[in-house]
Ligand binder design. Sequence first.
Ligand code: BGP
Length: 460
Amino acid sequence: MYNFPKGFFFGAATSGVQSEGSKNQINKSIWNHWFQIEPEKFIDEIGPEIVCDTYNKFKEDVSLMKEVNFNSFRTSIQWARLIKDFETGEVCEDAVRFYSEYIDELIKNGIEPIINLYHFDMPIYLQDKYGGFENKKVVQLFVLFAQKAFELFGDRVKYWTTFNEPIVPVEGGYLYNFHYPNKKDPKLAVQVAYNIILAHSKVVNLYKELGFTKQIGVILNLTPSYPRSQNEKDLSAAYMADLFFNRSFLDPMLKGEFPKDLCEVLKEHNLSPEIEKTELEEIKKSKVDFLGVNYYVPRRVKAKEIKDEKFENPEYYFDYYINPEGRFNPYRDNNEIHPVALYDIAKNIQENYNNIPWYLAEIGIAMDLESEGSISEDGFIDDTFRTELMREHFIQIHKAIEEGSSCFGIHQWTFIDCWSWMNSFKRRYGFYRLDLVTGKRIKKKHSIWFAEVAKKNYFK
Ligand code: BGP
C-alpha cells in the first residue's frame, strides 16, 4: 500500500496562454504574434486564440476538477491579460474580474490555487520595444506586474510561483529556435537567463517586503543527466549537462549563488552577463519557500565525439545518446520513460538543497488522439497506458517520501487537453479530452484512478 502524507496535494497544472483563450485580451503575448506571422510553424495551424476557452468556461471546469477530487490546481496569470499599460502597471478591469472570479471559484470548491506569474508568455509589446528579458528595464516592469498581482490576489492566494521552467524561454528563444524571438545567440541567452534569475529574486524579495506571509517559490524542469558509463569522460559530460541545465537555475534560486564552475566556463567563452554588485546581493537575499519540479524525460549524455569549433550551446560539452536498455513512449516522439528519475531528483533536493519542501508540479504522459482512441462503450476514453506509467512514477515519489524527502504533492500535466506551444494539440495529456470542434470535455479513464487516489490518499 502506498500511503501519502496527510494533506498531500493532488491536482493538475496548466497555464494562462495554453488554457484561457486570448480573444478577449487587449494586449497579446509573443505567442499570438508568432502565430500571426508564421502560422505554418504550429501543428495544424492552430494558434492560441481559443484553446480550452477557460476564460468563458472556468466555472464548468472547476466542477470537473471536483469530479477528479483535486485539492489543488496550478495555472498562471498572464502578464499580457492582467496589465493594460505595461509602463505604469495600470491593470485591465476585465482581467481583474476574470482572475478574481476564477480564484474564488477554486477556493469555494476546496481547491487550493497555486498561481504562477510567468509561463513563457512575454507580452509582444515588451518584446518589440525592449527585447523582453534581454533588457533589465523589463525586469523592473515584471516586478511591477508581480506587485499588482500580489496586491489584487495576495489576500487569497497562498502559493505563488514566479516562473515556470525559466530555462525554456532561454533555450527556445535564444539557443535552439523553438520560441519567439527565435534567435541563436549564446551571449544573449546568458544575459536573458541572468535577467530572469534577477527578476525572480526581486519578486521573491518584494513579496516578503510587502508583508505577505504565505508561500512563494519557483517551478524548475529538473532533468537528471545520466552518463553513458562511469568512464571519466562520460561522467564529465554528465556533470556539464547538469551544470548548464539544472544547476544554472537551481543554485542561484535555492542557494542564492551561481555555481563557480559555470561562471568560469562562461568567462572562458566570453559569455559572462552584465552584472551589478547590488543585483548579486538581491539574488543572495531571496529565499524561496518551496520548489515545484517538472519532470518528463531523462537526459542521457556521453562524451563529445567531435569538438565544436566554438560554443553555440551547452552541447559543446557533451553528446546525447539513446539508452539501449530504455523503455520508450511511442506516442511522444519515442521519449524515454524512466520513473526512477523522480526518486533521483528527490534525493538530490534532499541531499544538496537542504530538503526544501517541494512538489511535483508537472508529470505528464503524452498520448495522441489515435492512441487514446474514441469514446468506448462505458463513455470514457481509454488511456490505461497513462495510468500504468503514472502509477510507476507515483511509486518513486512515495519511496522518496518514505526516505525523508519533503515532497508535498503531485500535479499531473494537464487538466483538460490544452494547447501546447508549437505542438498545438498534437500531444494529449489531460484528464479530459478537449473536442476541438465542439469544445466539449470528455472524461478519460485515468481520471477514475486518480480520483480514487486523491480521495483515499493512497493506492495499492
Ligand atoms: C512543459 C511546460 C508546459 C507543457 C508541457 C508539455 O515543459 O511547462 O507548458 O507544454 O511541458 O509540453 P508538450 O506539449 O510540448 O509536450
